[in-house]
Design a protein around this ligand. Structure first.
Ligand code: G4P
Length: 546
């Protein structure tokens, strides 16, 4: 494994802007990219782990910087009023850091109240994910939801069972839960030595090592297997028998780690640790380097694009808008798929067919943002624009192709839009259609009734929506409860079957912005009932953006 360096020479030169950037071959640069997200339920330790990963990557120097930085940024930026009012960050941030030869792009998946469709879409832009589980709680609802999105693209998942320094559930029980609920093959690569106050580290099941929490860094002791008597020099007797018995059982009962199964999304390696105590973090980074895939090929409407193709391509997975009506600027987050991107390059904006010169692409480091002189497959660049770029858009050096797999997600919160001034109906329609195209919300026109219905996956998305309708379009609206809880796109092999179904639930039918039929259910029970009663109808939770 390459030595740990704070930042590669390439980037130091790059960042000073004066030294020419040495030409790294495309294949070497791409193979060394790891673009990943952390999926977890709030409070499982995502922020703490992020911080520790960035510390390892030399991207930050003091623990506490991730949060502290967020606060500083909020204090000085005029990004979104809501962000300030609520004291939370709406931005899906991207953090680029380097360890040894490997460039990591960590894409944040906003969790707490700022959970939104962006959280899901971010997962369409990663090549692997780390699933952080609180050892005392096991798999929680948000983790499951995010996992399902990962599964849609068979994104490989590395599991980190956190908070081993506290009392936890039995490790076997936790692994069974992952296997049963997520239908994954589970294989522990380390095994905890003690838990709670007794937690003193892990046994490395792959390389037969003791990994021990030291005073200021992890200590690693090579041994000759679990029966090696030298283990007793390090592990007290009361923990030793249990370790031997459990680790042996884990080895026998769990399948061997298989990198192909992992990369295909069928198997998850499991690490135990404590983000707070900075233990286990190195193993996770090593696993990302050794096992997680480099940038993957991506599907388009025409063909699959390989990352090593010469021509630059990429897609927009998120747009960050400025709430200030005087500043209509936006930043589009573009995941590069192929080729060597250089600043100033002209790329075709495929949806409009127009060329776009990218003069000010931004590369996001943990502590600052820099102009990206060049970037490679897997990297995320921020492209400032005035509303041209929308979620799902493709940028391409030559080809007329459109990346697929950046869908709309079935809303989990539905609201009826009531206009304070009923004369502004046409204005409202335009505003909603434009915001829906941008990916801020989804909008549905019920077959019966005049009010639009908007759909989002997180509460904050609603607040952003109402605020933007007012700030940018000068329309006051109230978002009131709709009698529906969830929605699904519906389709059938023949039009008659679909018509018959739609006719039987007319008051629950609507059309999305592209005219596709949508069934809105009052609750999950009703949805399940319709699913069972209508086997010829396909109910889908995602829809490709048109
Ligand atoms: P999140 O981003 O997933 O929401 O979780 P975050 O890292 O903010 O962690 C949630 C709480 O759990 C924090 O405590 C954090 O210190 C704690 N925590 C994270 N990892 C570990 C761990 O390995 N062991 C233990 N014992 N605790 C851990 P807090 O009191 O809510 O916040 P703070 O005041 O410490 O920031």
């Amino acid at each position: 494994m390459a030595a740990v360096e704070p930042r590669s020479r390439l980037y130091q030169a790059d960042r000073r802007g004066s030294t020419p950037v040495p030409d790294v071959p495309l294949n070497e640069a791409a193979l060394n990219r790891r673009t990943f997200a952390i999926i977890s339920h709030p409070d499982a330790g995502k922020t703490t782990l992020t911080e520790k990963l960035l510390l390892r990557g030399g991207a930050i120097h003091l623990a506490g910087e991730v949060k502290a930085k967020g606060e500083r940024r909020r204090a000085r930026s005029d990004w979104m009023k809501i962000e300030q009012q609520r004291g939370i960050s709406v931005t899906t941030s991207v953090m680029h850091f380097i360890r040894g030869a490997v460039h990591y792009n960590l894409l944040d998946t906003p969790g707490h109240e700022d959970f939104s469709e962006d959280t899901y879409r971010t997962l369409t832009a990663v090549d692997s994910a780390i699933m952080v589980i609180d050892g005392a709680k096991g798999i929680e609802p948000q983790t499951r939801k995010l996992f399902e999105v990962c599964r849609m693209r068979d994104v490989p998942i590395t599991t980190f069972i956190n908070k081993m320094d506290r009392e936890t559930r039995d490790p076997f029980e936790l692994m069974d839960q992952i296997a049963d609920e997520l239908q994954l093959d589970v294989t522990p690569l380390t095994w905890p030595i003690g838990v709670g106050q007794d937690f003193m580290g892990c046994y490395d099941l792959v390389r037969d090592r003791l990994l021990l929490i030291g005073a200021d860094r992890m200590e690693s002791v090579e041994v000759d297997g679990l029966d090696d008597p030298r283990i007793a020099d390090y592990v007290p007797e009361r923990l030793l028998d249990k370790l031997r018995e459990e680790a042996e059982l884990a080895r026998e009962a769990c399948p061997d780690f298989n990198i192909d199964a992992f990369r295909q999304g069928h198997m998850t390696p499991v690490f135990f640790g404590s983000a707070l105590r900075n233990f286990g973090v190195g193993q996770v980074l090593d696993a990302l380097e050794d096992y997680a895939p480099p940038p993957r090929a991506q599907s388009t409407d025409k063909r699959t694009v390989d990352p090593l193709e010469d021509k630059v391509t990429g897609f927009v997975f998120k747009v960050q808008a400025n709430m200030d009506p005087n500043h209509r600027d936006r930043i589009a987050f573009v995941r590069l798929v192929s080729g060597r991107f250089k600043r100033g390059m002209k790329l075709k904006h495929v949806r409009s067919g127009k060329p776009m010169a990218i003069y000010n692409p931004i590369l996001f480091f943990a502590q600052d943002r820099e102009l990206a002189e060049e970037a490679f497959p897997g990297d995320i660049i921020g492209v400032p624009n005035h509303g041209t770029l929308r979620v799902g858009d493709t940028l391409s050096e030559t080809d007329e192709l459109r990346f697929t797999g950046i869908p709309d997600f079935a809303p989990e919160i539905l609201r009826r839009v009531r206009l304070d001034d009923p004369m502004k109906g046409k204005h409202l329609q335009r505003a909603l259609e434009s915001l829906a195209e941008e990916g801020v919300t989804q909008v549905f026109k019920p077959e019966l009734g005049a009010n639009w219905i908007v759909g989002v996956v997180g509460q904050l998305q609603l607040d952003v929506l109402a605020a933007r309708i007012e700030a940018e379009y000068g329309i006051k609206v109230t978002l009131e409860p709709a009698p529906f809880e969830t929605a699904r796109w519906v389709a059938a092999d023949d039009a008659k079957t679909l018509d018959t179904f739609a006719g039987s639930v007319r008051s629950a039918m609507a059309h999305d912005r592209d005219g596709n039929p949508v069934f809105m259910a009052r609750n999950m029970w009703e949805l399940n009932h319709q699913l069972q009663s209508n086997p010829d109808i396909r109910f889908t939770k995602t829809k490709e953006r048109a």
